[in-house]
Write a protein that binds this ligand. Structure first.
Ligand code: HEM
Length: 382
């Protein structure tokens, strides 16, 4: 997609496209326009049923997955974000370091004895999943089901085959989970959110379900792609891997460049114009949808010199992989912590790791919502 975006940035910075399900939208590709769009309160996240068009989902299921902080604006957004924001501050997240270190080293122990190790299945996928489940207080045994549901959901967004059944099952699962935690509260985030609902009436029941749905999906689907894309970039650059192994201090800057160069979340969530407005010289009519391409913005040569080249020491590196403005990623400190630990341990533990078949094309995930690999088979050469 990078070459296409490069042409669009030059020739048609605002370009009207249609989702596979026929819904039209404006694709925004230049960095400056993307930033302006994300900072513009007239572009609202309350898109209602416009993408999951034709009302394919029963209203009560839609409410239980679509009323979280990323789908609202203004005071509702502030109220919902505030409920959980204290858990995700850089300081609180730093306290999770020993746990994440331990989870990573346990996963690498298992990877070391696998017959056919795979960087996605053995590390990139299970690590963020274990971390978010631990934070929320969700049973580890349910991981596989989440994965199936959330993959099917993300692959279906904007297509003709919106996976109604899968989403319904997912919502029912989350509702059951909430009931279980009500009966047996613990000291984790989900129980704290239930207390905020039951004791203080700070959110509605469907908002509570939606918040779990969002945190499960946002908490792991994205980070899987950062870990996977970064590993693939490293495997293709043995000199960089050697340098990072020798100098761990250089890992954070390399992670920022992974985020810029292969942005795990290729586009911000859809926005709708609440009034007619101008963006990048184009009139956007009230009610029209907008897709802000972070993948494209992050390769914009107007902002990043030699933007199509990977530079692990790039400074400054003001990428927008975590978005911008009031919906800026809540989990950025957590994603960074996981990435710093995972890459450091991976480099140390398997210094001679290579791709199983370096000539094979990378297998990118289907769908519009995530940029990541489905698998990355490796040889550990221990
Ligand atoms: C929002 C990216 C990890 C939770 C966002 C947005 C982006 C993003 C681009 C803004 C979307 C928009 O404006 O439409 C990423 C990337 C990650 C990552 C690239 C990993 C590499 C996480 C993690 C969590 C998380 C680990 C953990 C809970 C959230 C939440 C929001 C959000 C709750 C909504 C914030 C709001 O609406 O105010 N993320 N994310 N993310 N992210 Fe992340």
């Amino acid at each position: 997609p990078h070459d296409l975006f490069e042409r669009l940035r030059e020739e048609r910075p605002l370009f009207q496209v249609q989702l596979p399900n026929g819904v039209p939208l404006w694709l925004v590709t230049q960095y400056a326009d993307c930033r302006a769009g994300l900072g513009d309160a007239r572009l609202s996240n309350r898109i209602g049923t416009r993408i999951v068009a034709q009302d394919v989902l029963p209203a009560e299921i839609r409410a239980s997955m679509g009323t979280h902080m990323l789908r609202v604006d203004g005071t509702d957004h502030t109220r919902l974000r505030r409920l959980v924001s204290s858990v995700f501050t850089a300081k609180r997240i730093e306290r999770l370091r020993p746990m994440v270190e331990q989870m990573t080293s346990d996963l690498l122990d298992k990877m070391a004895v696998r017959e056919q190790p795979d960087a996605i299945h053995d590390l990139a996928y299970p690590l963020p999943m274990q971390v978010i489940c631990e934070l929320l207080g969700v049973p580890v045994a349910d991981h596989e089901r989440f994965r199936t549901w959330s993959n099917a959901y993300l692959a279906g967004v904007g297509t003709q085959n919106f996976p109604v059944e899968v989403v319904t099952e997912f919502v029912h699962y989350v509702r059951d989970l909430v009931q279980q935690k009500r009966a047996e509260p613990d000291d984790k985030l989900l129980s704290a959110m239930i207390a905020a609902r039951d004791d203080e009436d700070r959110l509605a029941e469907h908002e509570l379900t939606s918040m779990c749905f969002l945190l499960i999906i946002a908490g792991y689907e994205t980070t899987v792609n950062l870990l996977g894309n970064g590993t693939a970039l490293l495997l293709d650059r043995p000199e960089l891997a050697d340098r990072l192994r020798a100098d761990h201090e250089a890992i954070p800057a390399a992670v920022e460049e992974f985020l810029r160069f292969e942005s795990p979340v290729p586009g911000a969530s859809f926005r709708v114009a609440t009034e007619t407005l101008e963006l990048g010289g184009q009139t956007i009519e009230e009610g029209e949808l907008v897709l802000i391409s972070l993948l494209s913005a992050n390769r914009d040569g107007q902002v990043f010199p030699d933007s199509m080249s990977f530079d692990a020491e790039r400074t400054p590196n003001q990428h927008m992989a975590f978005g911008y403005g009031m919906h800026y990623c809540l989990g950025a400190p957590l994603a960074r912590l996981e990435a710093h630990i995972a890459f450091r341990q991976l480099l140390e533990r398997f210094p001679r790791m290579e791709r199983l078949d370096p000539s094979a094309a990378l297998s990118w995930r289907p769908g519009l919502v995530m940029r990541g690999l489905t698998e990355l088979p490796v040889k550990l050469n221990q």
